[in-house]
Design a protein around this ligand. Structure first.
Ligand code: NAD
Ligand code: TYD
Length: 352
């Protein structure tokens, strides 16, 4: 019997992890601990929120007393920690928010786990979900491996790198059993439309410009979010305590090539004349400190734990677009209110 806190379960990746764990492990109690920031949305879980092994706790990881209450009340045995401020552009505007949630919040959770598990750690695990951005930027060659030195370049990646170090330090100092995974860029359903792929899908639907930063030749390694959730399940159950696993798709795309593929697929699905969406591409001012290239070497998780991605990028992207086209109410709901102010500030005022 496991009672697992999954933090950030109302967010993009967290909602897929919750869905997978709740449906695959009816014997586990799954506690979704989430503060419901702008990025958290309980609509993401509407299909499983009635399940008898699922509980939602609206708690901020900065609230130590509430964390301790949840650990005690639910006799928590394990943590899968995804809650974070996750958008690089927002970290450039408000770095301290990232220090509070990503660093202080993670240390609060570590303390709550350590206190509640009373140093015995018989059957406990603290699983910290992190990003490949901690490794910094690559040139045109090479890959990030688990031994690549950390070299974070944005306030977001610096805060994630710091949280990774704290998790590892709690392992060394207090024997807290932990595992960390560092994953490449995810895409898929329920992705908040401030990140590249859902933002561009939304802008194509609403016929707005597609704002490509700089020369558009920045490279990311893209992984379908459901494959990330499966990788998290695999590492949680089969990973070696104290180890790190890199998770990625061996699927590199230059931003502009990805955007052109997205435009083609969108035109086909919307019945537009070929080239309609591409005409919306607009090059805009670059992101400061923009990392040129990320690429993950996922050999370790593949060889040791047998995980590999299950869909090609073309399939995953097509399924993602289909999901957004059939869930336009979700898109309308998350893009009303505060999103409009964010969009104006980021893409309209800044460009004048
Ligand atoms: P997201 O922004 O979609 O969701 C974050 C969730 O955390 C939201 O539900 C939000 O309400 C919650 N949250 C934020 N601050 C909180 C706080 N103080 N207390 C409690 N809950 C809080 O993020 P995501 O894209 O799903 O990313 C999840 C995790 O995976 C993050 O740790 C991120 O660093 C990591 N990651 C993301 C990607 C990616 O491509 N999105 C890739 C690799 C790793
Ligand atoms: P993003 O989805 O923000 O993820 P990350 O910065 O964590 O990699 O951005 C992916 C890439 O797309 C990145 O190189 C920045 C670029 N990008 C744009 O060109 N325009 C945009 O409007 C956004 C949001 C991102």
């Amino acid at each position: 019997m496991k009672n697992i806190i999954i933090t950030g379960g109302a967010g993009f990746i967290g909602s897929h992890v919750i869905r997978l764990f709740v449906t695959k492990y009816p014997g586990y109690k799954i506690i979704n601990l989430d503060a419901l920031t702008y990025a958290g949305n309980l609509e993401n879980l509407i299909d499983i929120d009635h399940s008898s092994n699922y509980i939602f706790e609206k708690v901020n990881i900065l609230d130590v007393e509430e964390l301790e209450r949840v650990f005690a009340e639910h006799e928590v045995t394990d943590v899968v920690h995804l809650a974070a401020e996750s958008h690089v552009d927002r970290s450039i505007e408000s770095p301290l928010d990232f220090v509070y949630t990503n660093v202080v919040g993670t240390v609060n959770l570590l303390n709550a786990a350590k206190k509640h598990w009373k140093g015995k750690f018989d059957n406990n695990l603290f699983y910290h979900v992190s990003t490949d951005e901690v490794y910094g930027a690559l040139g045109s060659e090479g890959f990030f491996t688990e031994t690549t030195p950390y070299h974070p370049n944005s306030p977001y990646s610096a805060s994630k790198a710091s949280s990774d170090h704290f998790v590892r330090a709690y392992g060394e100092t207090y024997d807290l059993p932990f595992v960390i995974s560092n994953c490449s860029n995810n895409y898929g359903p329920y992705h908040f439309p401030e990140k590249l792929i859902p933002l561009f899908i939304n802008n194509i639907i609403t016929k707005k410009p597609l704002p490509v930063y700089g020369d558009g030749l920045y490279t990311r390694d893209w992984l379908y979010v459901k494959d990330h959730a499966i990788a998290i399940d695999t590492v949680f159950h089969k990973g070696t305590v104290g180890d790190t696993y890199n998770i990625g798709g061996f699927n590199e795309w230059k931003n502009i090539d990805l955007v052109i593929l997205l435009c083609k697929q969108m035109d086909e699905k919307l019945g537009n004349e070929n080239g309609t969406s591409e005409a919306l591409i607009t090059y805009i001012k670059d992101r400061p400190g923009h990392d040129r290239r990320y690429a993950i070497d996922a050999t370790k998780i593949n060889k040791e734990l047998g995980w590999s991605p299950s869909v090609t990028f073309e399939q995953g992207l097509s399924e993602t677009i289909d999901w957004y086209l059939s869930n336009q109410e979700w898109l309308t709901n998350v893009t009303s209110g505060a999103y409009q102010q964010y969009y104006t500030k980021m893409y309209e005022e800044g460009q004048k």
